[in-house]
Design a binder for this molecule. Sequence first.
Ligand SMILES: [Zn+2]
Length: 346
Amino acid sequence: MYDLFKTDFLTVTRENEWHLEPFEVEHSDYNISVWDSGVMHIEPKQVSEVERCYVFSSAVHGNETAPIEICNEIITQVLSKKIRITQPALFIFGNPASINIGQRFVEENMNRLFSGHHSKPKTDSNGFRNKECERAAKLEEYVTRFFESYPGWHRTHYDLHTAIRDSAHEKFAVYPFLHGKKWSKEQFEILRAMGVTTFLLMEKPATTFSYYSAREHGAEAFTVELGKVRPFGQNDQSKFAAAKQTLIELLQGKVFDGSQFDQANYQIMTVFREINKKDDSFELCFSDDAANFTLYKKGDVIAKENGQDIVVEAEEEAIVFPNANVAIGQRALLMVVPKDITNDVE
Ligand SMILES: [Zn+2]
């Protein structure tokens, strides 16, 4: 049993990498339950009239420290009554063991494991290849339990990250594939309040935590990239102030006005194509520090494989998430192009 008024939740999480017995925290204003290591449910005792509930996850990649610090601070401020919230929240530190080693993951990138991919293929008697697979399966259960506690409520899940490389647009959000549903004007406005104006709209299902919540639970869900990866204590807090403030306001019942949406305030991109690594000879033809969303022009060579050039096909394409060190068959980069969504938002 831990005293979370003496030891903050992140510290407790880091001391229990893969498992923590559930316990309750006594509090005058909230029902607070720790469901597992890094998983805390906070429910205001006074039920809100705003029927909205929130999942804020961080540390799905353990070295992406800024969102971990933000979430831990919000939890600490709520517990100590520095701030008062009205909406139920589930906080998740996704991969505590990877936080402790300061790495993106221990054995396997958790954002490739959701929507059941943790159990395909099964390789041990528990049905999991490794602890990250088991953890991803448990996180799905916790998100399900949380959302099902508030039937009919509006559901939101922000999976908070920082990017490995610089970005021409420092903050950006990945909007999971909605299977034909319209994009949400209100969500664009909420994320703009967080400082996020660049969006990457996905065109097909994914293995990410945000796609899982959108698809399985009908949540408004996003992978939100808040800046660049840095070690704990080296994050410039001023760069994250707007994001933190907006997350707090949502937990305080703020509803944003989607009618203010104007596409001119955003850079909205969609995936033009995915380039997969097919051979060990695959190499990228731009520098290692090229920023996400850097634009290239038709004919520019962006990669080489087996002596063949891979060139830009559209008038302009931007690179996102380049990584030549993936396994053969996996995605080495995304090429994206601007998209007009005027008729596809509501
Ligand atoms: Zn990440």
